[in-house]
Design a protein around this ligand. Structure first.
Ligand code: FEO
Length: 396
């Protein structure tokens, strides 16, 4: 086992998780996920973040191999969520002298999760830690996406350790650096990861990005996914766009449909969009597509069209559920269209209207309501809504 050297004397000691089905027990991991950890060997030895406790044994063996007989002087904890802090207690048992570097919020969580209160080295915004030929700088990044999050910067190697920021789902299969991997799937998964995990915190992400803009960064080490170097600018610009809630030109159409009648409305709207020049359309049946992927497309595109049957005088339950997740994330600036159906008493349309109002989104086109099966008039109305949305997108 020979840990890979990322830059001068910086070794990758993270692990791949191909076992877990759901990240945070919520979000599907069809291609797994990596928990990244980095070991710097200078006059002092410095570990940056740990891994999920399920992988502690492999992780500790990797560190031991990289240290090659030396002891561990520092552990920097950039983020306390247990996928990164889970191995701290065992690490401390193996290296009792290791000093743990974090901020005051880190230490509150460290005590709460691990009962560790000694051997701590507290840092604040702008503090530095000399470790030999270089000194490490610390920048607080609260609420990206937990309150204790901080970034660690090595000016000598122009390397930033960014906690979850710029992270992606997907294991690192053979390579660690983006120069060694096909980055297209990771870029796609970066959007899904952002929408699932970080999406609510656009404003704190923007503040963090402003801080980073003053730094010269050549290597970007997130706690998940590839180490960014060649595609670093793209990773940063993706985060910038997502945290401004700026969507691409395109439409996410999400609908519930028990017997296919509401789905036929969605099909009509989609065909009008395509007929009027829109090429990026992501259609999701909420009963089939996991919310993780729907959220990805809500963050990706600037327009959202939602359809729901009336169900027990409410929205269709799965539509209600995804709208709650969108609202929780405070998604801004979407162009919104909506439609609904009912058999004896309609309720979905007024609930979708209330949702649009709460989100403060611009409603485009005339909402369409259908009683029972699709009629020519409602089909035409759906086509009109699609046309109106296409016109709005085409003028932007
Ligand atoms: Fe990857 Fe917020 O933990």
């Amino acid at each position: 086992m020979k840990p890979k050297e990322i830059t001068n004397n910086l070794f990758y000691v993270g692990v791949n998780d191909r076992q877990k089905e759901l990240f945070e027990n919520l979000w599907p991991l069809p291609q797994g996920v990596s928990y990244n950890s980095f070991l710097l060997l200078d006059d002092k030895t410095v570990l940056i973040d740990t891994v999920d406790v399920c992988y502690s044994d492999l992780f500790l063996r990797k560190i031991n191999a990289a240290l090659n007989g030396r002891t561990l002087d520092y552990l920097i904890v950039d983020h306390m969520e247990p996928d990164h802090s889970g191995s701290i207690r065992l690490l401390r048992q193996q290296y009792p002298g290791v000093r743990i570097v974090g901020n005051s919020k880190t230490f509150g969580m460290l005590e709460g999760y691990h009962g560790i209160t000694t051997g701590l080295h507290e840092v604040k915004e702008g503090d530095t830690l000399p470790v030999g030929s270089r000194e490490l700088h610390f920048y607080m990044a609260p609420m990206v996406h937990w309150p204790e999050v901080m970034f660690t910067y090595d000016p000598k190697e122009r390397t930033l350790f960014s906690a979850d920021a710029f992270g992606t789902y997907g294991t690192l299969d053979g390579g660690i650096l983006d120069t060694e991997l096909n980055t297209a799937p990771f870029m796609e998964e970066m959007i899904r990861y952002y929408a699932n995990i970080v999406g609510k915190y656009g404003s704190p992400v923007q503040k963090a990005l402003q801080k980073l803009s003053a730094l010269d960064i050549q290597t970007l080490c997130s706690t998940h996914g590839p180490v960014w170097r060649e595609h670093l600018a793209k990773a940063v610009s993706t985060y910038d766009r997502l945290s401004r809630y700026e969507g691409e030109n395109g439409v996410a159409i999400i609908y519930g449909s028990m017997y296919g009648h509401t789905e036929q409305m969605a099909e009509a709207i989609a065909s009008a969009l395509v007929g009027n020049g829109i090429r990026n359309i992501a259609m999701h049946n909420v009963s089939k597509t996991h919310a993780s992927y729907i959220l990805r497309d809500v963050f990706r595109y600037k327009a959202l069209i939602v359809g729901s049957p009336t169900y027990s005088n409410q929205l269709f339950p799965e539509v209600e559920s995804i709208l709650g997740k969108i609202e929780l994330r405070e998604v801004k600036k979407r162009l919104f269209g909506y439609f609904g159906s009912f058999t004896w008493a309609g309720a979905s349309l007024k609930r979708l209207a209330a949702f649009a109002e709460r989100m403060n989104w611009e409603v485009v086109g005339q909402p369409v309501e259908q009683k029972q099966g699709l009629k020519v008039a409602t089909y035409d109305a759906c086509m009109e809504m699609g046309k109106a949305m296409a016109a709005k997108l085409n003028e932007q």
